[in-house]
Design a protein around this ligand. Structure first.
Ligand code: PXG
Ligand code: PLP
Length: 435
């Protein structure tokens, strides 16, 4: 008998779960298998993590070999071959201009690392008054104090008394159903919302602001796609004021929206990129922060024996994670994942937008292989429809993700068209039963 009580589960309704547990025992390709033997199709690629499919043989083998060869190597003042190989491979995979990488173990750590790089960089170049950050409403940048501070999902802050970093301001989010409901891809309306950045800068003075951080596409809040021209404007304003632009690509990197990194899809180059998840296909935890060589070089002063950046994790560049990431990068390239994603994206778009006539649906949003179906909340019970849909889909053999009453989809990068049909067929049947 499995005791469910000891484990305090993350971001979970623990009591409801323990009354009606959904416990996965194994996975392969597009499917999970539960403890009681039910097969469940995964419409969310893990938690946006596993786009290449579960237990990809190439990555499994790389991890097995690595763990038997070098399990761990000290990470400070010493390193190992895999970390250097991976950094090099990742830089080749990254957009031009990104030449250095710092490893972390998660997206949350990547975000906090990026914020610290931004503060320290401004300081090493004599701009030490730049200690402020600008995030965005509905942004999700993980759960550590830095990420929580620049994040903009109220529930993630409220429970902690809004004890956040000082000197943080937020842009408005770009979700507007009145203008943009049922947009396919980037909405036309809303690029002017980027001009708020100029207003915040005027009020607080550019000399006090280190960096702006946004997700190119907000994921957790329910797939908020940037309006046409919006990211370009943020870029232009940051450049003009000497403010670093950080794109949090924990979800949008590794072909999720068709390009190796999301910024390439939009043709907008940030100064710093954070990523995680798909870097190892979710197999071993890992995150990364990418910067240009100019940022790195500005730290390389002082005596050569001295540490240049007082930051790092015990597991930065962990050998087993590095092996998983090296194998995942090979698979992304050798299996031509970019072309596959670009080929199936229109089919995904058609399949998800065909849900428009389903009861309670008030918006459908998508870009690349990210999609969301927003339902109207039940009066007085926000989130209850979403939860019910999640549980009922699972009972019918489909794993979906929901944030409040928004259902989210992150199909495998290697999905076949019939997977989209099966997924939305089940979702439709389930939503038809929900009052
Ligand atoms: N930044 C972004 C943009 C993210 O999406 C993080 C940082 C934090 O990463 P870690 O690895 O510390 O969790 C994330 C993570 C969902 C969902 O259902 C999204 C995330 C995690 C779990 C679920 O949308 N995003
Ligand atoms: N707490 C204590 C007491 C530690 O010794 C360390 C690392 O040495 C940490 C936290 C940080 O752990 P990590 O480097 O895995 O983030």
């Amino acid at each position: 008998m499995l005791n469910l009580e000891s484990y305090w589960m993350p971001y979970t309704a623990n009591r409801a779960f323990k009354r009606n547990p959904r416990i996965i025992e194994s996975a392969s390709g597009f499917y999970y298998k539960t403890r009681d033997g039910q097969t469940v199709m995964d419409s969310f690629s893990g938690l946006w993590t596993s786009g290449l499919g579960h237990c990809h043989p190439r990555i499994v083998k790389a991890v097995q070999e690595q763990v038997a060869k070098l399990d761990y190597s000290a990470a400070f003042q010493v390193s190992h071959t895999g970390a250097f190989e991976l950094a090099d491979k990742l830089i080749n995979f990254a957009p031009p201009g990104f030449e250095r990488v710092f490893f972390t173990n998660s997206g949350s750590e990547a975000v906090d690392t990026a914020l610290k790089i931004a503060l320290a960089w401004q300081r090493v170049r004599g701009e030490g008054t730049r200690i402020g950050f600008i995030g965005r409403e509905k942004g999700y940048h993980g759960v550590n104090f830095g990420g929580m501070s620049v994040g903009g999902i109220p529930a993630n802050r409220e429970m902690f008394g809004n004890v956040t970093l000082p000197n943080v301001r937020h842009l408005s989010h770009t979700l507007d159903l009145e203008h943009n409901a049922f947009s396919k891809g980037q909405p036309e309306w809303g690029s002017h919302l980027a001009d708020e950045l100029e207003r915040i800068i005027t009020l607080h003075n550019a000399k006090n602001i280190a960096a702006v951080i946004v997700e190119p596409v907000s994921g957790s809040a329910g797939v908020l796609v940037p309006p046409v021209g919006y990211l370009e404007r943020l870029r232009e304003i940051c450049t003009r004021h000497g403010i670093l632009l950080i794109f949090d690509e924990v979800i949008t990197a590794f072909y999720r929206i068709g390009a190796p990194f999301g910024c390439e899809r939009f043709g907008v180059t940030p100064d710093i990129i954070t990523t995680a998840k798909g870097i190892t296909n979710g197999v071993i935890p890992m995150g990364a922060v990418l910067v240009g060589s100019n940022i790195y070089q500005d730290f390389m002063n002082g005596p050569e024996y001295a540490i240049e950046f007082f930051h790092g994790y015990t597991y930065s560049g962990h050998p087993v994670a590095a092996a998983a990431a090296l194998a995942a990068l090979d698979v992304y390239i050798e299996e031509d994942i970019g072309n596959k994603v670009r080929e199936i994206t229109p089919l995904f778009e058609a399949a998800i937008h065909a849900m428009r006539d389903v009861p309670h649906v008030i918006d459908i949003r998508n870009i690349g292989l990210m999609g969301a179906i927003e339902m109207a909340p039940r009066p007085g019970q926000p989130g209850s429809r979403g939860m019910e849909a999640h549980v009922k889909c699972f009972e019918r053999g489909l794993m979906i993700r929901h944030a409040m009453d928004t259902l989210q989809f992150s199909p495998f990068l290697t999905s076949t068209p019939d997977l989209f049909d099966e997924t939305f067929d089940i979702v439709r049947k389930v939503l038809d039963t929900i009052d």
